[in-house]
Design a protein around this ligand. Structure first.
Ligand SMILES: [Zn+2]
Ligand SMILES: [Zn+2]
Length: 183
């Protein structure tokens, strides 16, 4: 639960008691739309979600605001850690480990709902997710560089052939034939 005393947003306004959803209390900034959520409250609320309530659509990119400097926790004033949500997106969540509070900039909670990730908050804040986002991003950067160099048509065709080869049990043999003499 959030501490009872008055908390202020970095924008200067006082945070008000509100809710992100039915049964999910949070502190909301009336000026910038930011939201402070206690992970304890989130976990209790998450138990009430029906299974499959939030499926993850593949490949959805959310573009959000990116304040590059670290935010400080409205409760303890300590620095909050930043977490990537999706590859190639500036959407970041901030968490105070000490207070177990998560900060959403205005619009970020609804972006999380749209992305079908509201039941994944704990996963997003875990190492595995953060590593995966970085790996996906590196792969997309490589692909982009290839597209610049070879053109979209060539890369699309390569990807089509590659996934076809991967789907065949004799893919290696087919690949050797492909790079050899004309058949
Ligand atoms: Zn604010
Ligand atoms: Zn804190």
């Amino acid at each position: 639960m959030l501490v009872a005393n008055a908390l202020a947003c970095e924008c200067g306004a006082g945070l008000l008691c509100g809710a992100l959803a039915e049964g999910l209390p949070a502190r909301v900034c009336p000026a910038c739309g930011g939201v402070l959520l206690a992970l304890d409250d989130y976990r209790v609320w998450r138990q009430t979600l029906p299974p499959g309530a939030a499926e993850t659509p593949a490949g959805l990119a959310i573009v959000g605001e990116d304040a590059s400097r670290a935010r400080s926790c409205p409760a303890c004033s300590g620095p909050m850690a930043r977490y990537r949500v999706l590859p190639v997106s500036s959407f970041r969540l901030d968490r105070c480990n000490h207070c177990q509070l998560v900060w959403f900039d205005g619009g970020e909670w609804s972006a999380l709902v749209e992305a079908g990730l509201i039941d994944r908050l704990d996963s997003i804040l875990a190492d595995g997710w953060q590593r995966r986002v970085q790996a996906d991003e590196a792969r997309l950067r490589r692909e982009n560089a290839l597209r610049q160099r070879l053109g979209d048509a060539a890369v699309d065709e390569l990807q089509r052939i590659q996934s076809w080869l991967h789907s065949r049990p004799n893919g290696r043999e087919l690949l050797a034939l492909l790079s050899g003499e004309p058949i």
